[in-house]
Ligand binder design. Structure first.
Ligand SMILES: Nc1ncnc2c1ncn2[C@@H]1O[C@H](COP(=O)(O)OP(=O)(O)O)[C@@H](O)[C@H]1O
Ligand SMILES: N[C@@H](CCC(=O)OP(=O)(O)O)C(=O)O
Length: 421
């Protein structure tokens, strides 16, 4: 939820609009959805109480405003959700929480625990301590990363405009783009028209966030805050960004992919060796034990995705007991054993438009390699089964053989519960 949709024109929280958002979220909860709300508004909410006429330019005053405003924001959400008997929990994150593995795992466990307890987490950036260098800045990116963190089925981005437009949305004749299937569809589009001035990101950051999330297999609906009920109910509105398609076997992969979009165990090990600088690796090694970092995990996944077309979760490298187990997850149940592997098969569907064969993976392939965004962008292990390494036995000769998952091996997967961020 963007700042522009939560505040009045003169600054200060718009209680009516906040209540309307809460009404829609409560209705979705009543339908059985698990929800995480990522909400901006701390700085905007702090302006009026501090007598500031506009969003301050300098960081210190933004932080001061956020310090005052975040308390007001969470108090307002707490009161509003209490109308439905829903308890909220405040979660303030920094970039480091997303970039460092131990902190990432910690944040995930906290959110999982809150959800398991029936609490609705309300997430924002920890604005008062984040510096310019490490800030998420806009909450669209934070929302995409949180969607990956909680392994959401879908992400709804809310703003003051009903989707991406082909021209300045304030001008008559500009048209909403209802659906985006590939990143290329938005090439050349102007996303820089001025917004409300209350938010920080504008449309460009929302589209970037949509790319991050769809690259991780999460469907994104970008719409106006006033359409939140429609968006959560799966009714057409705004702009729908289809989740990245999963590779459908040889020939359907990235045109630039080698070996028909497949990767063998040896090739996979070569990528890991190249990225980590470690030699003599085997599929029985654990990524964590060889000293792998989240940045390296991100690079490995970006390379594998370019080759196979499969969006992968960097954290799955850490969560898999061995590199072989990770590779087994990559190839899913089609992995036939042996290092040459089989094709990657799978389908991603979503409740908005059924199943899709669209490819969106080109959107940010490689774009984030070496940057932060890709590090933890993944997070959809429920629908496509690719998020975590599936349990596979590693035979002495380095072959993989599938085995029946232990009863608890799906713990933490989304299962039948839908999650939206
Ligand atoms: N191509 C575009 N399509 C739709 N909106 C656009 C486009 N380019 C720029 N915008 C602007 O982006 C604004 C939304 O971003 P922002 O003001 O940061 O809001 P929020 O607080 O919701 O993040 C809209 O008000 C709109 O004017
Ligand atoms: N985290 C801060 C700033 C985030 C922000 O403005 O984001 P957005 O409204 O998405 O452009 C806040 O709550 O005010």
């Amino acid at each position: 939820m963007g700042s522009s949709s939560l505040t009045t024109a003169s600054g200060g929280l718009d209680a009516e609009r906040l209540d309307a958002l809460v009404d829609a979220l409560a209705a979705a909860r009543a339908r059985g959805e698990q929800l995480v709300l990522v909400s901006s508004g701390a700085i905007a909410a702090g302006l009026a109480p501090l007598g500031l006429a506009a969003r301050p330019e300098d960081l210190a005053h933004q932080q001061a405003a956020a310090s005052v405003g975040q308390g007001l924001l969470i108090a307002r959400y707490t009161a509003s959700f209490a109308r439905y008997g829903i308890r909220v929990g405040q979660v303030l994150l920094t970039n480091d929480d997303m970039a460092q593995d131990d902190r990432y795992g910690n944040a995930r466990r906290t959110l999982d625990a809150l959800l398991a307890l029936g609490v609705l987490p309300v997430v924002n950036e920890n604005d008062t301590t984040a510096t310019d260098e490490i800030r998420f800045g806009d909450n669209d990116r934070l929302a995409a990363l949180v969607a990956g963190l909680v392994r959401a089925d879908r992400l709804v981005l809310l703003s003051d405009v009903d989707g991406v437009y082909d021209a300045d949305p304030r001008l008559p004749g500009s048209r909403r783009i209802p659906e985006v299937r590939t990143g290329r569809e938005l090439d050349g589009l102007d996303l820089s028209f001025p917004g409300s001035g209350l938010g920080s990101g504008g449309m460009a950051t929302k589209v970037a966030a949509a790319r991050t999330a769809t690259g991780a297999g999460i469907t994104v609906r970008l719409t106006a805050a006033s359409r939140v009920a429609d968006a959560l109910a799966g009714r057409p509105c705004g702009t729908l960004f289809h989740a990245a398609a999963v590779e459908r076997g040889a020939g359907a992969g990235d045109p630039a992919a080698g070996a028909g979009g497949r990767v063998t165990g040896a090739e996979f090990l070569a990528v890991v060796a190249d990225v980590t600088g470690r030699s003599g690796l085997s599929l029985a090694d654990a990524f964590h034990d060889i000293g792998g970092t989240s940045l390296q995990a991100m690079r490995i996944c970006a390379r594998l995705r370019r080759r196979t077309g499969v969006p992968l979760l960097p954290q799955a490298l850490f969560e898999s007991a061995t590199l072989g187990e990770f590779l087994g997850g990559l190839f899913g149940r089609e992995f036939g054993g042996g290092e040459s592997g089989g094709g990657v098969h799978g389908e991603i569907g979503d409740e908005f438009g059924g199943e899709h064969t669209a490819e969106y993976r080109g959107a940010d392939d490689g774009a984030h390699e070496g940057g932060h965004d890709g590090a933890h962008e993944g997070g959809h292990d429920g629908a496509n089964g690719l998020g975590r390494g599936r349990p596979y036995e590693v035979l002495p000769e380095g072959e993989l053989r599938g085995r029946t998952p232990a009863p608890d091996s799906t713990a933490g997967l989304c299962g039948g519960v839908r999650r939206a961020a």
